[in-house]
Write a protein of this length. Structure first.
Length: 560
C-alpha cells in the first residue's frame, strides 16, 4: 500500500493514493505498473528520440540504463519522448525555420507531461543543440529535483588520412560548386563523415551546450563528454538515474543549482573552448527561465577575461571525442579554477561543488587538445559582442580561430538565405564583399535559421578569409570566419539592417566592438521612414504563433 506521508512522493501521492485514485491506478496497471511500482516515487525520464538523425537516435536505448538506475535506487521511472528537429538535415531549406522554434516546443512538452502526471523528479536526456537548452529550460520551469544528461558526440569520420565531421561535408558543397571537388568525391565524403550515432563532432552547438550544462552544474560532471558509442556511456546514464534519488532526498532543485554565478561559469567555459555563438541565445533563455538577469554584454565581459585554451573544430584541430580522451569537461573546469575564473562554491547535481568537481579532473599525459594557462591559443575567449549603428541591441561574433579583427567592404544585400546561397553558388560574391542576409531573425523568418549552407559554401570556394557576413539570423556552431549573427533589432521589426542597400560600406572592428555602416543617422532614419514590414511567411499554425510571441535575439529569442 502506498505511503501518502512519504516525503519522496510529494506529487505522485496526490495522483495515486487513496480510494478516489483507483481509476488512475487502473490506467497505469494496464501498461504494466504494479502496486509496488505505484507506491514508489515517480521519476519522469524525458528524451528527444527521433528516427531521422544520429544525434538522438540512440536515446531510447540510453534511457533504459537511466531507468535501471532509478529502479535500483528505489523509484519508478516513467519514460516519455518529445520532438526534435535536425539542423544538419534541414539546413538551407525552409525546414530550418522549425529548429529554434523546437526549443520552445520541447520545453513546453516536457513541462506539460510532467505537470500532467505529477512526477516527483525528472531526468532529461538530450541529443543535439536545441534539445539541450530545451531540456534545461523545462527543468527550471518545473523545478522538480532533476538533472540533464547529453547523449554524447559522434565519433569522427575518416576521409583519406583525415578525421572529418559534417562541417567538412557542408564546406565540400562549396568546393564542388567551385570545381574543386568532383561529385564522386563529394559522395564518398558524405558516406563516411557521420559513422554512427551521436551529435556533431566538433565544438559546435551541441557540444558547446553540453560543456555549458556540465559547468552550469545541471549535468553530472564527467558524463556529458563521454562519446555516444563509448562503452562508458551506459554506465554514466545508470549513475544519472541513481543520482536523481539523491536530489529528491536532499530536496535539491534546478533553481538551487542554476544561479547567476553558475551561468557565469558556463559562459566562461564556452569562451575557453571556442564554443558556438548559439550559446548566447540559449544561456540567455536559460537565465530567463531561472528568473536571472543576464545581458548579451555579459558574454563579452566574461569572454574578454577568459583565455581560449581548447583547440577544437571548427576553428581548431580536434574533435569532441579527442576532448573526452584529453580529460573531458572537468579539465575545462580545472583550467577555469586555476585561472581564478570559476565561482568554485556553486552546487552541482552530484552533491559536490563545481570547485570540488574541478579538483577531481584528470588530464591525459601529453594531450594537445586543451592548452595550459601559460600557452593559450588566444588571450581572450571565443565570443565577442559588437554594437554600432547596425546593431544597437548587439550582435555576436565568434573569434575562436584566426579570424580577421577588421573588415571594410561593400554590402551585398539579400532578403533571404536562399537568394544569398544562389549568389554564392553562381560565384557572384567577390573578395572584400560584406554579405548581408536579413529578414531571417526570430520574427522575420520566423525561427532565426542557421546559415551554415552559405557560410560553408563561402569557405569551400576559398572566400572564407576574404569576405564578411552579417545576418539577423544565426549561425551553426560549425561556422567559422568573420561572421556576425543575431543582429538586433532584426529587419522584420525595422532594425537598421532593414535600411541597407547594395554598395553601402560596412565596417567590422572587433577591437572596438563595433559594427557600423558608413551612413549618417539621418540617412538611416530617412530610409526607414519609407520602410514597410514584409508580409509574414505564415498566417496560421505554430510558425505564426511563434512570430507573434518571440522576443529579440538580444534577449534569447524567448517566447513571452
Amino acid at each position: 500500500m502506498a505511503d501518502s506521508n512519504n516525503p519522496l512522493r510529494p506529487n505522485s501521492s496526490v495522483l495515486l493514493d487513496g480510494p478516489s485514485r483507483a481509476p488512475a491506478r487502473a490506467m497505469m496497471k494496464a501498461v504494466g505498473y504494479t502496486d509496488e511500482d505505484l507506491a514508489r516515487p515517480l521519476i519522469g525520464v524525458a528524451h528527444t528520440w527521433i528516427e531521422i538523425m544520429p544525434c538522438t537516435y540512440h536515446l531510447r536505448d540510453l534511457a533504459e540504463h537511466v531507468k535501471r538506475g532509478i529502479r535500483d535506487a528505489g523509484a519508478t521511472p516513467v519514460e516519455f519522448n518529445t520532438i526534435a528537429v535536425c539542423d544538419g538535415i534541414s539546413m538551407g531549406t525552409h525546414g530550418m525555420r522549425a529548429s529554434l522554434i523546437s526549443r520552445e516546443v520541447i520545453a513546453d512538452s516536457i513541462e506539460l507531461t510532467s505537470l500532467g502526471h505529477l512526477f516527483d523528479g525528472i531526468v532529461a536526456l538530450s541529443g543535439c543543440d536545441k534539445t539541450i537548452p530545451a531540456t534545461v529550460m523545462a527543468l527550471l520551469r518545473l523545478n522538480l529535483p532533476g538533472l540533464m544528461i547529453y547523449g554524447g558526440s559522434i565519433q569522427p569520420g575518416r576521409y583519406g588520412d583525415q578525421n572529418v565531421t559534417i562541417q567538412d561535408v557542408f564546406e565540400a558543397v562549396g568546393a564542388h560548386s567551385a570545381g574543386k571537388m568532383t561529385e564522386a568525391e563529394l559522395r564518398k565524403l558524405e558516406s563516411v563523415a557521420c559513422p554512427g550515432v551521436g551529435a556533431c563532432g566538433g565544438q559546435f552547438t551541441a557540444n558547446t551546450m553540453s560543456t555549458a550544462s556540465e559547468v552550469l552544474g545541471i549535468s553530472p560532471a564527467g558524463i556529458n563528454s563521454i562519446p555516444a558509442t563509448d562503452p562508458e556511456k551506459p554506465r554514466g546514464a545508470y549513475r544519472a538515474g541513481q543520482m536523481v534519488m539523491d536530489l529528491l532526498k536532499k530536496n535539491l532543485r534546478p533553481r538551487d543549482i542554476v544561479t547567476r554565478k553558475a551561468i557565469e561559469n558556463a559562459i566562461a567555459a564556452v569562451a575557453m573552448t571556442g564554443g558556438s555563438t548559439n550559446a548566447v541565445l540559449h544561456l540567455l533563455a536559460i537565465a530567463h527561465e531561472a528568473g536571472i538577469e543576464l545581458s548579451i554584454d555579459d558574454f563579452d565581459r566574461i569572454s574578454s577575461r577568459t583565455p581560449l585554451l581548447a583547440d577544437l573544430k571548427p576553428g581548431g584541430r580536434f574533435m569532441a571525442a579527442d576532448m573526452h580522451a584529453a580529460g573531458g569537461i572537468p579539465l575545462i573546469m580545472k583550467r577555469l579554477k586555476d585561472a581564478g575564473l570559476l565561482h568554485a562554491g556553486e552546487r552541482t547535481v552530484t552533491g559536490r561543488t563545481i570547485g570540488e568537481e574541478a579538483e577531481q579532473a584528470t588530464e591525459t599525459a601529453g594531450q594537445e587538445v586543451v592548452h595550459g594557462l601559460g600557452n593559450p591559443l588566444k588571450p581572450s575567449g571565443g565570443l565577442v559582442i559588437l554594437h554600432g549603428n547596425l546593431a544597437p541591441e548587439g550582435c555576436v561574433v565568434k573569434v575562436a580561430g584566426y579570424e580577421r579583427m577588421t573588415h571594410r567592404g561593400p554590402a551585398r544585400v539579400f532578403d533571404c538565405e536562399d537568394d544569398a546561397f544562389k549568389a554564392v553558388s553562381r560565384r557572384e560574391i567577390k573578395p572584400g564583399d560584406v554579405v548581408v542576409i536579413r529578414y531571417e531573425g526570430p520574427k522575420g523568418a520566423p525561427g532565426m535559421p542557421e546559415m551554415l549552407g552559405v557560410t560553408a559554401a563561402l569557405v569551400g570556394e576559398g572566400l572564407g578569409d576574404q569576405v564578411a557576413l552579417l545576418t539577423d539570423g544565426r549561425f551553426s556552431g560549425a561556422t567559422h570566419g568573420l561572421m556576425a549573427g543575431h543582429v538586433a533589432p532584426e529587419a522584420a521589426v525595422g532594425g537598421p539592417i532593414a535600411a541597407l542597400r547594395d554598395g553601402d560600406v560596412i565596417t567590422f572592428d572587433i577591437a572596438r566592438r563595433r559594427l557600423d555602416v558608413e551612413l549618417s543617422d539621418s540617412e538611416i532614419a530617412s530610409r526607414l521612414k519609407g520602410w514597410k514590414a514584409p508580409a509574414p511567411h505564415y498566417k496560421s499554425g505554430v510558425m505564426a504563433k511563434y512570430a507573434q510571441l518571440v522576443s529579440s535575439a538580444s534577449r534569447g529569442a524567448v517566447t513571452k
